[in-house]
Design a protein. Sequence first.
Length: 598
Amino acid sequence: MKKRKSKLTNQQILSQPLSPNSSDNTNGITQFLTEPTGLFLMGMLGLITTLKVFDSQGKKKNILAKARWGGEKEKRKALAVAMKQIEKRKRNPIALYLDRPRAISKTPLMLPDMNRGSVVVGSPGTGKTISSFLPMIYSGIDQEFPMVIYDFKYPDLTEQVVGLAAKRGYNIHIFAPGYKESKICNPLDFIDKENPSLMAAQFAEVLNRNFKGEDSKGEDQFFKKASDMLVKGILMLAKETDFPDLLTCDTLLGLSSLTDRLQFHQGKIRELTYRAFASLIASAGSEKTVAGIIASATNNFSSMMIPEILASLTGKTDLPIEVTGKTMIILGLDQEKRDVLTPILALILDLMIARNVRFKRKDPLLLFLDECPTLYLPRLPNWLNEFRSKGLCTILGIQNIVQMEHKYGKELTRAILGGCNTKIWYNPQDYESAKLLSDSLGNEEVKYKQRSRTTGGKGSTSISEQLQSRPLFSADECLRLQTGERIITSPGYQTSKEAYIPIRDQVVINDDCVVSPLFTKTLNESTDLWVSCQEKLSHQSSQQPIGDDYMRQRRLVLEEVYALPKDHQQGQGKGKGKNTIVDRVKQAKASSTDHIQT
């Protein structure tokens, strides 16, 4: 029977004395390695090692695509960055989030660096407002940031946010012409009386473009520029009166023989204001041209001459112009008067943002523009790309890219989207938008296995692998996104080597729950408080009714201030309207010339 050899432990082996023949063994190995066979084996080993190294390097270099989805690691990274930004409470950078704090057990979706511009894309019914816009507004309220909100379907969004804001001690101001709770905002109060030219020109540009919309593309450039100049001049002239408002502007444009009145009263009109009427006065010799210029400008103002709308536009402005601290401004659009009100809201918004970025802010200003393409804001690219350093945080909502291009054109749309570093995509129901998302996410690398079989006497099967690339998220997949399903790209979702790693997320949207139980509770509580808040705001409103007598009195006063000589009025009454001041000036010059010649 064989005896089993006892196994020695590593410690016992190491403690044993070296064999007296160990030097002989070493010499034997050295001798073997110096022989041809040993050298051959050493060379083969070195070659194999070298090939392995080059193969591994080649695999790294020959990667076809690197796109991938982010996961919990990237979410935790964004959380860490966002928490630092929230704790510092500076005007930039700032962070928002897409749920209520501590609402869910998993890592919440944080959005750092929101001051760098954001856009939410999704067709109606995809959940972009309820699951992205609303949570971001709540997030801003939690951090006590001042904000301006555009409510496209007033009061749908307003009734969901005002209750929570009031509960947190916000000063809430609503500008919604046609509603009792609306504040007064006289656009001419934004114009500096001592230096009105620049702001009046900006006023005219925004107003004309929003009223004419796409029709302005085919408009005659002479009449377009002349109309802009006339609107600018009328605004500056109205600013010089005792009642500078839009009603005065419309009344001035409606005065008969406007060019004659301007020339007759040139002495009491500021020179800078008078020069704004240069195109109109230069065309005084052609009645049709003058009528065309005045008609083009009058159409813009006359459409606003509706008593319930004028009540919010006439008088002293009590809507805060500079938005700081715990202040919420809501610009509400009445859908029944959409064509009339969108130019006014675009104008107020443009003037308000211009005023609020003129100085270095201590706190950020959140600007929420859901359904942004319903307004034409000529300085929107500047807001996104230039004013972020001054504390402006702009968050846009659009249905798809085509809708944006229809309002702003392709070049401006590219500039606007390029200024939005954070993008949240829902189903756009538009192939071009879906293709843009797919291209922006890039391609991923996939392995394809190919099996081939040979037949015959010695049949065999072989398997080969091929590396190919395909879109990480194809356009057709984007068009199949369900309600509440979204793709998020943000600079906060990053690793040590790359940023903007996309996150695919799904939120719950049904009758019983929206986003999360805690968010649903907050939403319901805020909505329940809306009626009481609306009644309180209505009692605080200082709007005064504007009737026919008020408008008639304004016309009579302006006709007296810029009255024409009696002989001119009599000439008009007898059908001698062509005997204008311009004609009499020419006649006087001719008479003096004849006298000199004589």
